[in-house]
Design a protein around this ligand. Sequence first.
Ligand code: RIB
Ligand code: CA
Length: 314
Amino acid sequence: MRTKVILDVDTGIDDALAIAFLLGKKEVDVIGITTCFGNVTVQTATENTLNLLHLLGRDDIKVYPGADRPWSGREWIIGEHLHRIHGYNGIGNVELDRSLNEAEKITAWQFMAESARRYGDELMLICVGPLTNLANAIRLDKEAIASCQRITLMDGALTVSGNISPYAEANVYNDSEAAEYVLSSGIDVNMIGLDVTLQTIVTDRELGFWQTLNTLKSRKLFEIAAYYYFNEFKEVKGGALHDPLAVEAAVNPEIADDWLRINLTVDQEGVTRGRIHTTKELMSREHKNVSYALNVDADTFIKRFADTVSEVLK
Ligand code: RIB
Ligand code: CA
């Protein structure tokens, strides 16, 4: 039986690429996509996800909207830096046909918890936005979430600098309280942070051949990807495949060949807010609930990503 997967996104260009990549993974069954604020508002993330699924011919996959703001309650406002990375609409200013589907009525975390109760270790969760939805799901039914086969997060910067501040990676920073709740819950998670995603930079060299497929899907996804690694605001051309790498690591954890077993905590205040680190007390605990990827086979992954997505785009 194929493992069931829920992907939690804040779509976002690399989220869009992760969705396309996941749809190409024949070994899993995508039972739903949940959305969160982050790169865009939760409303835009939901719309982008529905429209992308429509473009890719997967209107059968349901979309469950989640949190519109972090646990702190502060309103989520999209900063100019996000427009530079993801465009004004989150998908590189590319217009997609509107899906006729509507978002589901139950929340992202209700869907996660219900699915975990139903499928247990036949279910994997992959979270590539702020951890608000996952934290809410754990609060709702910790036992069910803990029973999932694997939970893979695109989060953190442990041995490298952050991307939203010198200390913090964006998904952790965007809801540092939810991130702390997840990491201190004791539930096992696999983390794909900037330590490895920054080893997976792509440009036209790797993805240019999508254009030659010459379908509506390939033209649109290529344009979206191209904005991400090449736009007027970027000094250095190239984009990191953050979220697609989390998808790969969920399905094939061996793509990362060095997993550190560790317990982590998240700074909540001051300039280091969103920084992940460990402490003597956490190190002394016998059970380590985080496996943190420190190295990846980037060449194998990038080729697999480009080829798998190209099949989806034909
Ligand atoms: O730091 C990179 C992460 O933040 C990615 O998930 C990107 O999509 C944004 O959510
Ligand atoms: Ca994301």
